[in-house]
Design a protein. Sequence first.
Length: 219
Amino acid sequence: MNAFSSALLAGLLFAGSAEAQFRANPSERGQNHHEQHENRRELKDDRLDVAELKSVLGRFDRAWSRNDEREMRAVELRLRQLMRMELQESRVELASASSEAKRSQREARAEAWEVRDDAAWGRRSDGRRDVRDDRRDARDDKRDVKAELVALRSRQAIARDLAELEGRRGGGALHRKRDLIQELIRLGEREIREGHQEVREDRSERREDRRERREDRRW
């Protein structure tokens, strides 16, 4: 193969790699946009849940201080409703986190294979940086699954305790019930803090997306 043919082949291989990366990026950016939207939605829902639980706690305290049986029964009914909704939300979020973790693991493996292929064929690639990013994302997603599982189990335990205490008006039972409501609030507030962290990470990913688009245009 003469020098011209070698240069032509190298150029075609380089262009093919760049074109493939350019095609892949819009799909990845679309997935990132979906995740960012979901993170903002979940943060909004978490804030509403905590606000509702704080309202229930206020109603509980007033019913207790007045020995208002009718209002206390209404508070217990609202707690049952909230627990059903929160348990369902936790299950949905756990399923979503598990799906995302599996997807990010597949992407990390695929990117690693692509880097090896590029190296074998002598193609220029920023794949090593992408592999690091994908592996970091996979670790973060695995961490999210664990957090969602812990949250679901915590809510399930609280729901069982509340069910056992329902209808009981002794001081010990009421003190325990109040502690459980506060535990739900603390759990929700922790998820709000984690949601804010997710949103900050989303902003960082958007900046990374813009940088990659500029690099794609230069290619």
